[in-house]
Design a protein around this ligand. Sequence first.
Ligand SMILES: Cc1cc2nc3c(=O)[nH]c(=O)nc-3n(C[C@H](O)[C@H](O)[C@H](O)COP(=O)(O)OP(=O)(O)OC[C@H]3O[C@@H](n4cnc5c(N)ncnc54)[C@H](O)[C@@H]3O)c2cc1C
Length: 264
Amino acid sequence: MAYTCVVCVKQVPDTAKVTGKAMKEDGTINRAALPAIFNPEDMNALEAALSVKERFGGKVIAVTMGLPAAAAVLREALFRGADEAYLVTDRRAAGSDTLATSYILSKAVAKFSPDFVFCGRQAIDGDTAQTGPQIAEKLGFPAVTYLEKLDVEGGKVVATRDIGTGVETDRVALPALFTVTEKFGELRPADVRLVMKYKNFEPKALSCDDIGCEEGRCGFAGSPTSVNKIESVVLAGKGFKEIPADDEGIAALVKELRDERTIG
Ligand SMILES: Cc1cc2nc3c(=O)[nH]c(=O)nc-3n(C[C@H](O)[C@H](O)[C@H](O)COP(=O)(O)OP(=O)(O)OC[C@H]3O[C@@H](n4cnc5c(N)ncnc54)[C@H](O)[C@@H]3O)c2cc1C
């Protein structure tokens, strides 16, 4: 069985380098003020798609929504083994929140009738982790979040997902969408032959009309969220204390917090 995998990859500002100029007056990010990089967990999502192609056959299609400069992440995807790459770019998409972004991306993804859709768990600029599950909802696909491993058995995907305190294994019918974490594994390196082949690649640009978006659901018009302020907050701990995970340990912690008048 050969599978069509669509992977959503986002070009993001390197938020490790946030300064006071990181935001524009309208509450959108000032992309010119920060270096642009491939969203880290989208690399893991791309690896998941490439591993499905490698094991079961099929193809990998990379899709991004952004300014023309976002073509850089599509070239990176092609260097790693993606077969096709498309850029959704349109003035009408500017200012999209996750509701509008997921609507536009769902329209683009649907064009390829995928079996698997992979997204990163979250993008490092907006940080919401909403886009993947919202794309799934709009496509009517099951969404499996925090994917760290997958297999296919009897036509169903056996997906292992991180649930914080351990892992959960789900059996999922295709088509389905998966959001992928770094635990899935590092993206393979670029293949030098593919770099030579695609170094000047310019993706096919898709407009909102090309993918059949409704007017009022894109960009500012389709976005109920506006961001008021971005701040870089560094949390610095002064030390830590290990609490035994048993009744005595918890009781001692509560007593200490009471004695210090932190609680109570
Ligand atoms: C500081 C800040 C805060 C924000 N807060 C909010 C908010 O609270 N609510 C809100 O609705 N919007 C918010 N936004 C806007 C939000 O960044 C955009 O809607 C964005 O397009 C998608 O949201 P995200 O960055 O949180 O992505 P996430 O939902 O974290 O992204 C998950 C995955 O979806 C895929 N994906 C996301 N965007 C794209 C894309 N353009 N192209 C291809 N794949 C993509 C990637 O695979 C990515 O790993 C915020 C933006 C900023 C800069």
